[in-house]
Design a protein around this ligand. Structure first.
Ligand SMILES: NC(=O)c1ccc[n+]([C@@H]2O[C@H](COP(=O)([O-])OP(=O)(O)OC[C@H]3O[C@@H](n4cnc5c(N)ncnc54)[C@H](O)[C@@H]3O)[C@@H](O)[C@H]2O)c1
Ligand SMILES: O=C(O)C1=N[C@H](C(=O)O)CCC1
Length: 249
């Protein structure tokens, strides 16, 4: 397959290596210093685009791919309030996009079990729940996209929570944050070069249940994005990465 990379930062560089190891060809690489190469003609050389840039540039990049008629896999986070609009554009105009807050297989298993656990916890209301996410200090958005997906999975399945709120701390101290009973706290921490750690904590007066995913490096995210490009290149429409996994059969 021919792949175009939008964003050649930490993720773009690893995706390139993994794509080549899977016998794909990188036909276009765009970063902030060669934006003039982002033309429909260049994009159309690719069977699929993989986009890992910034919250400020992702929507323009999506538009470029839609205008060029090339399927796009979006890894960038921090734009999810625009999902309904983008979904509509896919459905109305026949565009193709797949996005994930986290492409790693391990995190997608975690998402699935998180939803099941939240359902179980309905029977045990004396546990309160919160989400913690830790990432490197270069991260531009908070909470992490993964943290939002985890929180939404809890809110959809646990009757006592109806919205999430975020608190960002820049060191590892954990001040006891107080939130309303219906609110689910997502505590974001930014520490050194941490690739991504997410924990769901159910706490009661007598004990604590911690459910945790730790990324050791970025390779799992990158492999998932390449697998998503392989999966989507001949499809039409709007997809979340869940469509690639079938945990129910
Ligand atoms: N979904 C996932 O599995 C997953 C995993 C890791 C990171 N991410 C997300 O991916 C994004 C990128 O992460 P990263 O660690 O590679 O960041 P990074 O800062 O290392 O790389 C981003 C790159 O995008 C470039 N860029 C900026 N504007 C651009 C534009 N208009 N067009 C093309 N390139 C542009 C920057 O110069 C930079 O090189 C972030 O939003 C992050 O949250 C998602
Ligand atoms: O490094 C990042 O930035 C990451 N972003 C994603 C998120 O916001 O959840 C996935 C994990 C790494």
């Amino acid at each position: 397959m021919k792949i175009a990379l939008l964003g050649y930062g930490k993720m773009g560089r690893i995706i390139e290596k993994i794509a080549i190891s899977r016998k794909h060809e990188i036909v276009l690489t765009i970063d902030h210093d060669n934006l003039h190469d982002l033309t429909a003609e260049n994009l159309q050389k690719a069977d699929a685009v993989i986009e890992f840039t910034t919250p400020a540039s992702v929507l323009d990049n999506i538009e470029h791919c839609f205008n060029a008629g090339v399927p796009i896999v979006v890894g960038t986070t921090g734009w999810y309030d625009k999902i309904p609009e983008i979904k509509k554009q896919c459905e109305q105009d026949g565009n193709t996009l797949l996005y994930a807050s986290n492409f790693s297989v391990g995190v997608n298993i975690f998402f699935h079990v998180n939803r099941l656990l939240a359902k179980v916890m309905n029977k045990y209301p004396y546990y309160d729940v919160q989400v913690e996410e830790i990432h490197h200090t270069q991260k531009l958005d908070a909470p992490s996209g993964t943290g939002i997906t985890i929180a939404e999975g809890i809110i959809e399945n646990l009757d006592s929570k109806s919205e999430w709120v975020n608190v960002l701390t820049t060191d590892d101290k954990n001040d006891d944050e107080t939130v309303a009973d219906n609110q689910l706290l997502i505590e974001s921490m930014r520490i050194d070069s941490v690739p991504g750690t997410h924990t769901v904590i159910y706490d009661s007066e007598v004990d604590m249940i911690e459910f945790k995913h730790t990324a050791h490096n970025r390779n799992g995210f990158a492999l998932g994005a390449v697998l998503a490009a392989e999966w989507i290149h001949d499809k039409k429409g709007f997809y979340s990465v869940e469509a690639m996994f079938d945990f129910n059969s």
